[in-house]
Design a protein around this ligand. Structure first.
Ligand code: ADP
Length: 273
């Protein structure tokens, strides 16, 4: 509590007493704490890719005249530079999109009709390439709608984010399975991992901005706590769908997303103005 006090005098100047105002500043302190740990996290997230980009490009530059590196080496180094640039761009996009949502701006959805299965297959293939420690599988439970209506890029972002998390929070490897099931009016997509899991009391809070589970398991796993906040917005706001998580600590987690097959574009546009 923060206290303010003032003595009160009557008209004749006599002391009548003291007024004390107590302000509960717990929330403000928590926000301050969250902000400073966010700044520490974001600085780390920005520095790590930059260090790699600087390191590998300097090495290439030094090797240029002396022909120090083979073509394969050079290809590998440049590959790292490109993927670290992508990582930086994703982080900056996350920050920009969060501040857009905060200020009530729209994320400017771009709705169209597109085929669903190729998108699922592509996301799974991209993630499989990124990790040799995990098997990334697609399980289609029944005939999916040929096409759905939505924002294809943003659905891609949703899947990429959930798959990245599934891999990141399963440091010991295991299977990551994308489930897809046509429910008639909607499609249910699940991203299941065999990783560290999420304690019950955090299951809903992980969708809050900056919220991260802080325990021995994931202290060394870096992130900003913005990914699921954005995914939640993209599912519920941009696609008028639902998202929730199920998990058992030590066994794994599944993030479920339900989106309508035939999104009403006019309604969705109004909701996202
Ligand atoms: P970040 O990964 O940058 O911390 P997210 O918003 O993507 O941010 O996730 C918020 C938190 O939810 C993470 O810090 C982590 O504690 C938890 N989390 C998300 N996905 C998983 C998962 N698949 N398994 C275990 N924990 C997860």
């Amino acid at each position: 509590y923060e206290a303010q006090a003032a003595s009160v005098h009557g008209e004749d100047g006599k002391d009548l007493g003291v007024v004390v105002i107590l302000n509960d500043v717990t929330d403000m302190r928590n926000i301050d704490k969250m902000k400073s740990s966010f700044v520490a996290m974001a600085s780390h997230e920005l520095r790590t890719p930059l260090t790699a980009i600087k390191g590998f490009s300097s090495t290439l530059l030094e090797g240029l005249d002396a022909d120090l590196y083979t073509k394969e080496d050079q290809r590998e180094f440049l590959g790292i530079v490109v993927s670290e640039c992508d990582r930086l761009r994703r982080l900056i996009d996350d920050l920009l999109n969060t501040s857009r949502i905060e200020s009530g701006e729209s994320l400017q959805p771009n709705y169209s009709r597109f085929p669903l299965l190729p998108l699922l297959e592509k996301s799974v293939a991209v993630q499989q390439q990124a990790s040799s420690k995990h098997r990334v599988l697609l399980q289609v439970h029944n005939a999916l709608p040929e096409t759905i209506v939505g924002d294809e890029d943003k659905l891609d972002q949703i899947l990429t984010n959930l798959l990245n998390n599934a891999i990141k929070y399963s440091p010991n490897g295991g299977d990551v399975t994308v489930h897809a099931k046509n429910e008639g009016e909607s499609t249910l997509i699940g991203v299941e991992d065999q990783g560290m899991g999420i304690p019950k009391e955090h299951l809903q809070r992980v969708f809050e901005k900056f919220h991260r589970v802080n325990n021995d398991d994931n202290r060394k796993i870096y992130g900003t706590g913005l990914g699921l906040f954005l995914v939640h917005h993209l599912v519920t706001q941009v696609h008028m769908g639902e998202i929730w998580a199920e998990s058992e600590v030590g066994k794994g987690s599944t993030f479920w997303v339900r989106i309508p097959n035939e999104l009403d574009i006019e309604k969705a546009k109004q909701a996202n103005e």
